[in-house]
Design a protein around this ligand. Structure first.
Ligand SMILES: NC(=O)C1=CN([C@@H]2O[C@H](COP(=O)(O)OP(=O)(O)OC[C@H]3O[C@@H](n4cnc5c(N)ncnc54)[C@H](OP(=O)(O)O)[C@@H]3O)[C@@H](O)[C@H]2O)[C@@H](O)CC1
Ligand SMILES: Nc1ncnc2c1ncn2[C@@H]1O[C@H](COP(=O)(O)OP(=O)(O)O)[C@@H](O)[C@H]1O
Ligand SMILES: [K+]
Length: 569
């Protein structure tokens, strides 16, 4: 692994990595809790910024700020309690809401000794741990919703299944209470991943409006109740503005849908060795590429159009001619040596009129882009036949044909896969298309199932077809042989017709540029697909930062996005 990609390790691997340190007596929890407290203080100070004499905003005082700790039965609650003790010692008003009959004893003792309060939360209050009082779930939710910051320490990597018990009812009540409170906009909903430790922007603090503003929610290790290893949302979860995670990112922080409730990130180094001692060669469960990880061949003096890669496009029909232009444009803008279009003559003429770089003459190609703008059923039989022939050639199944080459199989071409594919064939379905592909293979699954468990179903599709699978969505999941990538690089504005056609063309150009390498090392196709999702997202952002975009504008923003990535080298 290279660059600065984010590696997420399974809960089991993280535990295995913690074990030797805990055996050696390293105080991992105190390290974790101290880092958590520092980040909570810093985020709070930013949110309470005040204007200095020069008019510049400066971090504000956090003294007296109200901190609500949500504390579960395990060590995740222990982290929250110890962090609360640090914060109480710095003058913050810390109250722990204990959502379990027994909580981490050392953490509770530390909090009480530091001047914090603890309240047992229960529908039918009974005597709780020493030094606390009791409250009902609605009272606790109302009180926590009125705090300046909520620290969610209900469940971490010990979570099994949907959150149960008092923690679950508390989170449900709190989520309802918070939904009514206005946000101050500190978190714009963008998830830059666990390594994005930047503090929220400074906001001028006005006590009247601050009282009405919803609290900043900091998740300890993970938003409690997410599927730590699979990124599912099996039950109640409190969406976080920041997730402070220990030792390494966890898969659920990167994978959809849970990645959308993690907020900003922060991975705290607590000295874990990963892969864990005793598991050499163990790979991270999920990887997220960062800008520096994008491999983009830069042409040199000996290159010519054929070494740069020729992309063959079989996309668009008389009914959906726009897909042809979007796919071909993206391939051109991504720097393909040449783009050859195959399709109905009038569609080809329209493509060439708009993009004179495209040729319609036949010839050798180094990667195919197949199926964008081809309906799943019916439509243009000629175009379907071309796509089927190109897919067979790409897969190496056409007697006497050229060497196999990578292929992107999109939209209507997904239904043409009747054989097992090599992994240099990359499928690019959205959730509905992935469900249809699996239904055709005997699975009982629909779009909603795929959206709820994207990793599971993308993996199933990879296993069923052999192909690399790029499952598109607000965050995209790529599954190839032995690897999983999860990219969340795009603004929501990218959810617009034709955006997927642009991704297909872009990915085709990226595969064509490295075709011989990808066919020799098909496991690398997944990394190229993940990089294409990243570049696609960056281009979308550049197309119109913060506002609506069109698919063609995304294609036209690819050159600038690539230049910006290369300039970071
Ligand atoms: N080891 C260390 O020193 C370090 C650990 N660290 C921290 O520890 C965290 C892991 O701690 P952990 O192993 O105690 O598990 P944790 O996530 O707190 O939950 C376990 C408790 O929850 C319960 N429970 C389970 N599922 C449930 C559900 N669905 N709904 C409701 N309850 C459920 C479960 O009950 P049980 O299943 O046993 O009945 C048990 O009581 C980790 O994320 C990190 O924050 C860091 O400080 C670094 C050093
Ligand atoms: N909410 C979202 N946020 C960011 N990107 C999104 C979102 N929804 C979809 N996308 C991306 O937009 C593209 C849509 O592709 P697709 O569904 O195939 O549309 P089309 O078939 O119209 O081209 C995909 O690349 C997908 O990852
Ligand atoms: K948590």
């Amino acid at each position: 692994m290279m660059g600065c990609m984010i590696q997420a390790w399974s809960a089991d691997d993280v535990r295995a990595a913690e074990e030797p340190l805990l055996t050696a007596g390293v105080a991992l929890m105190r390290q974790a809790a101290f880092a958590l407290a520092v980040i909570v203080r810093r985020d709070l100070a930013r949110r309470r910024a005040v204007a200095g004499p020069d008019g510049e905003l400066r971090d504000g005082s956090v003294r007296g700020a109200r901190v609500a700790l949500l504390v579960g039965a395990g060590n995740n609650g222990g982290d929250a309690l110890h962090a609360g003790a640090f914060l109480a010692r710095r003058g913050l008003a810390v109250t722990a809401y204990l959502a379990a009959p027994r909580v981490h004893e050392g953490g509770l003792a530390a909090l009480l000794a530091a001047g914090g309060r603890a309240v047992t939360v229960d529908a039918t209050p009974t005597a709780g741990p020493a030094g606390d009082s009791a409250t009902s779930v609605p009272e606790a939710a109302t009180a926590a919703a009125g705090a300046d910051v909520i620290v969610d320490g209900l469940l971490g990597i010990g979570a099994r299944g949907p959150m149960r018990g008092t923690g679950a009812t508390l989170v449900e009540a709190l989520a309802a209470a918070l939904a009514d409170a206005p946000s101050d906009g500190s978190n714009d909903g963008r998830n830059d991943g666990p390594h994005a430790v930047e503090a929220p922007p400074r906001r001028a603090h006005a006590s009247a409006s601050a009282a009405a503003t919803r609290p900043w929610v900091v998740a300890v290790d993970a938003p409690s109740g997410i599927g730590i290893d699979d990124g599912t949302l099996p039950g109640p979860v409190l969406p976080a503005d920041r997730t402070v995670t220990f030792g390494a990112a966890k898969p659920g922080l990167l994978l959809p849908p849970a990645t959308h409730v993690t907020g900003a990130g922060a991975v705290i180094d607590i000295g874990l060795e990963l892969p864990p001692p005793g598991r050499p060669g163990q790979a991270p469960a999920v990887v997220r590429l960062q800008d520096a990880d994008v491999v983009w061949p830069v042409p040199g003096p000996h290159d010519h159009k054929y070494t740069r890669g020729v992309v063959g496009v079989v996309a668009g029909t008389a009914t959906y001619p726009g897909a042809a232009l979007l796919t071909a444009s993206a391939a051109v803008q991504a720097g393909a040596g040449m783009v050859r279009y195959q399709g109905p003559a009038d569609v080809g003429r329209a493509v060439v009129a708009a993009r004179p770089e495209v040729v319609t003459a036949g010839g050798r190609v180094q990667a195919w882009v197949l199926g964008s703008g081809l309906p799943a059923t019916g439509g243009d039989d000629g175009q379907r036949g071309r796509a089927r022939a190109a897919l067979a050639a790409a897969s190496g199944r056409l007697a006497g044909a050229q060497e196999p080459v990578p292929a992107v199989v999109d939209a209507g071409a997904l239904g043409l896969l009747d054989h097992t594919c090599p992994a240099w064939v990359v499928l690019t379905p959205h959730a509905g298309e992935l469900a249809a592909l699996l239904v055709a293979r005997g699975e009982a699954v629909d779009r909603a199932h795929v959206e709820a468990e994207p990793l599971r179903w993308a993996r199933r599709a990879h296993e069923a077809t052999g192909a690399t699978v790029l499952l598109k969505g607000g965050a995209s999941v790529v599954v190839g042989p032995g690897v999983v990538y999860a990219q969340a690089d795009a603004p929501g504005w990218l959810a617009t017709a034709g955006a997927g056609d642009v991704l297909a063309g872009l990915l085709g150009a990226m595969l064509a540029a490295r075709a011989p390498e990808i066919v020799t090392h098909p496991e690398r196709a997944a990394q190229v697909a993940a990089a294409a999702a990243l570049v696609h997202g960056r281009a979308a952002e550049r197309a119109n930062p913060g506002g609506p975009i069109t698919a063609l504008a995304v294609a036209d923003a690819i050159p600038g996005a690539v230049a910006a990535l290369l300039a970071q080298r």
